[in-house]
Write a protein that binds this ligand. Structure first.
Ligand SMILES: [Zn+2]
Length: 438
């Protein structure tokens, strides 16, 4: 059914046809096509109007960055990097506390405490239980900025939230100041992902994907007040027995990017990619700061697509090119820094407004676990970035769940603030703020 639906939809789009499809398959009856690009599905839930533009929640702000660390196999505790005073510590003011048992206000059992996100100047929010999928209830918890005064906003039965790393458009929760939006699973959704809307005022929870016109949706980010999902309808070639060749065999079919309006319940096809023109395993598309960036690797072109008009705007066609099926090449835009687009894996940076292409000035590499990497951006504060700036090897002692201590050789990772200008110019002028833990 899914395949029929997607192919029929693709055919409809290619034909630019505005009439209703003659093939009235069961799949199609789920939506009411009105134009060639808008497929609406009625929302069964009340739809609060947007109080403000959807924005991702981050793990910190200019004041603090929030982390977890393991105490034992069962217990974890909060740790906070103070970005003003440049120290990291456990948020506990109990005198003489060792911060290693549940009597410490910063220590919790796993599943009760997860990464906290900054909601506003006074409030943090945690989406608990992404450790034990579908076995327990998940809670949405608000806390004061010192990680105290926990209060449960909502409980979602038999559900779990996706592991929220934060820091990019597709693994962050969102808010419009009236509701929280978070991805996860629930037993009620039969293994399909869920987009939970949690209304802050009354704790009402709605799974907004219940009326989705497609399955297997993967979240990409938001554009204006729309959630963007990817859905692939592809077939891989029969295995040949050559493991390397099979692993690199490109699928045939289509990948559709959908726009979902959480306020009207409308679903709309935004972009469709077909295996005739694209390697659907290697779509170089990222949403960064509310912009949809596409790289056409064979043309060396980078462009944006407007979610309202569908208009494409080319930023440059001067990127280094690569073969359509080159699995070693990646063109994902990682961040926009002072209007420069920085890539995960590309040695050039691009000025977003002029298209100027410049060689990336690298910072000294970090060495971790036997390999090197450029500093990762954990928090983008505009003029300033929080990054991993230094690693030191050490032997860590961990108390196992049975109480037996054991050691592991690991590396201390240290966080540092760096000006965005220094980052772009490869100048390693860091202000360390303490150890990174997670
Ligand atoms: Zn303590």
């Amino acid at each position: 059914m899914k395949r029929v639906f997607s192919l029929a939809l693709a055919a409809l789009l290619l034909a630019g046809c505005t009439a209703a499809p003659t093939d009235s398959s069961a799949s199609f009856s789920a939506v009411t096509p009105e134009t060639s690009t808008a497929q609406e599905a009625e929302s069964t839930a009340a739809t609060p109007a947007p109080a403000a533009v959807l924005r991702p929640l981050w793990l910190g702000d200019e004041k603090a960055y929030y982390m977890d660390e393991m105490v034992t196999g069962e217990l974890i505790r909060y740790r906070v990097a103070d970005l003003v005073n440049h120290v990291a510590d456990v948020p506990c003011d109990v005198e003489g506390c060792a911060h290693d048992s549940e009597s410490c206000p910063a220590v919790f059992r796993r599943g009760e405490c997860d990464r906290v996100f900054v909601l506003d100047d006074d409030t943090l929010v945690a989406f608990t239980n992404n450790q034990f999928p579908e076995t327990e209830d998940s809670q949405v918890v608000l806390l004061d900025r010192d990680c105290q005064n926990r209060r449960v906003v909502a409980t979602i039965p038999n559900s779990c939230f996706l592991s929220m790393m934060g820091g990019d458009s597709f693994s962050s929760p969102y808010t419009d100041e009236q509701s929280l939006y978070c991805f996860g699973y629930t037993n009620a959704s039969n293994g399909e992902s869920a987009l939970f809307r949690i209304e802050l005022e009354n704790g009402t929870v709605t799974n907004l994907l219940e009326t989705a016109p497609a399955q297997g949706l993967q979240f990409l980010g938001t554009l204006e007040n729309l959630f963007v999902f990817s859905q692939s309808d592809v077939t891989y070639p029969e295995p040949t027995g050559d493991l390397t060749a099979d692993a690199l065999a490109a699928p045939t079919g289509t990948t559709t990017h959908w726009l979902f309006d959480p306020y009207t319940g409308e679903w709309k096809v935004f972009q469709t990619y077909s295996s005739g023109e694209w390697n659907l395993d290697l779509l170089d598309i990222r949403i960064v700061d509310g912009q949809y960036y596409v790289v056409d690797r064979t043309a060396g072109a980078l462009y944006t697509v407007d979610p309202t008009t569908g208009e494409k705007r080319e930023i440059t066609n001067q990127l280094p090119t690569s073969d359509l099926n080159d699995y070693s090449a990646h063109y994902w835009v990682a961040a926009k820094l002072n209007d420069w687009l920085v890539f995960d894996d590309l040695s050039v940076i691009i000025k977003a407004d002029t298209g100027e292409v410049r060689q990336r000035a690298y910072l000294p590499d970090n060495y971790w676990n036997g390999s090197s990497h450029q500093p990762n951006i954990y928090l983008n504060l505009g003029d300033t970035l929080l990054v991993d700036c230094r690693y030191e090897p050490y032997t860590r002692t961990i108390i196992g769940t049975d109480g037996t201590p054991y050691t592991v050789d690991v590396e201390h990772e240290y966080l540092g603030l760096i000006s965005t200008e220094d980052f772009l110019n490869g100048v390693p002028n860091y202000t360390e703020v303490g150890e990174y833990t997670t």
